[in-house]
Design a protein around this ligand. Structure first.
Ligand code: GDP
Length: 197
């Protein structure tokens, strides 16, 4: 409802080459195949804005999108590919930690989590890392249409319970489906608030 314009700006491997940090920015990240591209496309209403189903081994890029000429939405390369080399993993870490810790206009990172799964160590580790770095993180559970509401609730609750072991305050979270559009308006409204503050 609130995104009128969404267009690709630039892809980078080096955080310092990202666009001038002259406006608010939020970033999406998550395990590969979590549904990140599908959700970005659904939120922006632009079908192939983020490329879906990227193959492991493909160049990992920081993708900037201009939203409403007012803020940036950033698509970060996913983590958790089973078959990538140590070298690729190390490069990902340098790039992602460089971007997330150095980006002055970053208002929040949205960690996408597959609502079909019980809490995954890799997601919890990433969330914990954000916490220790002081990077505000929001949870976005994806593919909620794939299970019954009670099964989704169960997985969401289990994940939130895990976060209680890490943080005093539970992170903000949204339950979404790119397929059905579930959670789109709530998530968009939340992002809008974040970027205008
Ligand atoms: P990415 O690798 O995180 O960008 O994931 P993609 O957006 O490419 O999605 C991975 C797979 O999950 C694709 O086959 C999508 O069609 C599917 N998918 C993504 N979001 C949803 C959703 O909300 N519901 C369902 N049923 N499938 C989804």
């Amino acid at each position: 409802i609130m995104i009128q314009k969404a267009e690709f700006v630039v892809s980078n491997t080096q955080p310092e080459k990202c666009p001038k940090p002259d406006r608010a920015e939020i970033a999406f990240i998550g395990r590969s195949n979590v549904g990140k591209s599908s959700l970005i496309n659904r939120l922006t209403g632009v079908k192939e804005l983020a490329k879906t189903s990227q193959k492991p081994g493909k160049t990992q890029l920081i993708n900037h999108f201009n939203i409403n000429d007012r803020w940036y939405l950033v698509d970060l390369p996913g983590y958790g590919f089973a078959k990538v080399s140590k070298d690729t993993k190390a490069k990902w870490e340098v790039m992602i930690s460089g971007y997330l810790t150095g980006r002055k206009n970053l208002c929040g990172v949205f960690i996408l989590i597959d609502s079909r799964l019980p809490p995954q160590q890799i997601d919890l580790e990433f969330l914990l890392w954000c916490g220790t770095e002081g990077i505000p993180a929001v949870l976005v559970f994806t593919k909620a249409d794939k299970l019954s509401k009670s099964q989704v609730d169960k997985n969401v609750k289990a994940f939130l319970k895990k976060t209680e072991e890490i943080f005093e305050e539970a992170p903000d979270y949204f339950v979404t489906s790119a397929e059905k559009g579930t959670g789109k308006d709530e998530l968009t409204a939340f992002i809008e608030e974040l970027v205008i503050e």
